[in-house]
Ligand binder design. Structure first.
Ligand code: GLU
Length: 461
């Protein structure tokens, strides 16, 4: 059984970095779905009341649905606070959380002093050393404590990372993390572990910026286990899920962070990027598999394999996304796009113009070649005579373009460009465009003859 989750904080729009994490987790769950037990969960990490916004929760759901990454279930951390309270109480009883009273300024000062001495800025556990009287005195002064998780320095931290291989951390080299603020609100670290245990999450795939969080969380999992939390899932998850930390996404010129606004899911949608183009790129980026325009999700699912992930940063290139988009658009069936096309385009019309599009939204522009009006072009006398001949030779059949060009070749001796280009210009007003064999039947006999005559300088009659 595979259970994965995507756990965004609703503090902004999803961007390509988040989408990649969502996709990886979705792919892993779907790959594990052969027996019908693979589950992909959406967990809204909204414990930060101040920064979380309902509009972003809606946007996350909408973006995932648009991408076809619908979750099998959804949870919100803000509705699960009692679970965190109970886990906290257990950890407290087990001596794994302790109150601390330092202000942000004091902590910052300690950090600077440590760094100034060339030491790593690890929390010095001063609060752990306080006596009951000292704590009482702090509280009598009206200082409410924040809470830290006490790392067990005797318990080495290691896990087999699905992407990075064996990972080892010395807990003494880490700060005891603050898990709860003085006002009782939660930081990310503990609720995530409580939820992963409670939901029976088997696999956590996320960016490598979370590696040191994982080190701390591995100890939280085992502390909660020892306290009897999540016992019903023990057999399936061991004491903690499988972790995989993917290399970060970077832009072609370095950090992506500054451009994330333009790389949000809604910005890409507005630019006419197809979900399948985004999925094709993000599923393979940073892996040893080639990035290809793959519209069939099943192919992506079956090919998903953490073993193929590299450790070097994955380069996200917008030009590559545009190229994939065009290739995906060229594969889309009429039924896939019908609702997004201007009135009048039928299946034959879509097929004729599809190879010319980089975005579906350009269909209207090309369709104008069929419905007109088209741009009037200037022709030489010689070409005008040729086009008059064409208007005369035009005969309607299953293949009017083939018939027209064959007749004209015989009558005028023209071939190649001098044969085809004036016809295309007269019939569409353009030098290039959709295949004329497909386009001419859509233009229709009368309109085609009128265009040829107009170009020949004859009255279209
Ligand atoms: N809300 C966290 C984030 O967006 C979740 C990290 C995780 O996957 O555990 O970074």
């Amino acid at each position: 059984m595979i259970v994965t989750r995507f756990a965004p904080s609703p503090t902004g729009r999803l961007h390509v970095g988040n989408l990649r994490t969502a996709l990886h987790n979705w792919l892993l769950a779907r790959k594990g779905d052969r027996d019908g037990t693979g589950r992909f969960l959406l967990r809204i990490d909204d414990t930060d009341q101040e920064r979380s916004r309902e509009q972003y929760v809606e946007a996350i759901r909408h973006d995932l649905a648009w991408l076809g990454l619908e979750p099998d279930d959804e949870f919100r951390q803000s509705e699960r606070l009692e679970l965190y309270d109970s886990a906290f109480a257990k950890l407290k009883e087990a001596g794994r959380v302790y109150p601390a009273y330092e202000t942000a300024q004091e902590l910052e000062l300690k950090r600077k002093i440590a760094l100034g001495r060339g030491l790593p800025p690890i929390y010095d556990r001063a609060a752990l050393a306080l006596s009951d009287e000292q704590r009482g005195a702090k509280e009598a002064e009206g200082i409410a404590p924040h809470w830290r998780f006490r790392l067990d320095h005797g318990e080495h931290i290691d896990w087999e990372d699905g992407v990075r291989g064996p990972q080892k951390f010395d807990p003494a080299q880490l700060s005891d993390p603050v898990i709860r603020r003085a006002d009782g609100s939660w930081l990310y670290m503990l609720p995530s572990v409580v939820d992963d245990l409670d939901m029976g999450v088997t696999d956590v795939l996320r960016g490598e910026d979370h590696v040191s969080n994982t080190a701390v969380q591995v100890q939280m999992f085992s502390a909660l286990h020892q306290a009897g939390e999540g016992a019903e899932h023990c057999s399936v998850v061991d004491s903690f899920p499988h972790f995989g930390h993917t290399a970060l996404l970077v832009g072609k010129e370095g950090k992506l962070s500054k451009r994330l606004g333009s790389l949000s899911c809604d910005a890409l949608r507005e630019r006419g990027i197809e979900p399948e183009a985004i999925m094709s790129l993000l599923a393979r980026l940073g892996t040893s598999k080639p990035v290809e325009p793959i519209a069939d999700r099943q192919v992506l699912i079956e090919g998903f394999d953490l073993q193929t992930f590299g450790r070097a940063p994955a380069k996200f290139d917008e030009a590559e996304l545009e190229r994939l988009n065009a290739a995906i658009v060229h594969q889309l069936d009429f039924e896939d796009v019908r609702e997004r096309l201007p009135d009048g385009i039928d299946e034959a019309g879509w097929h004729a113009i599809r190879p010319n599009l980089s975005h579906v939204s350009e269909a209207a522009e090309w369709w104008r070649l069929v419905t007109g009006p088209i741009e009037a072009r200037a022709f030489s006398d010689e070409d005008r005579a040729f086009l008059a001949e064409a208007a005369d030779a035009l005969e309607w059949s299953d293949n009017p373009w083939g018939a027209l060009t064959t007749t004209l070749k015989e009558r005028t001796g023209r071939k190649g460009k001098p044969l085809f280009l004036p016809l295309r210009q007269a019939l569409t007003g353009m030098d290039h465009g959709p295949d004329m064999g497909e386009l001419l039947p859509l233009i229709g006999e009368n309109e085609a003859r009128a265009r040829l005559k107009r170009a020949a300088g004859e009255s279209a009659g």
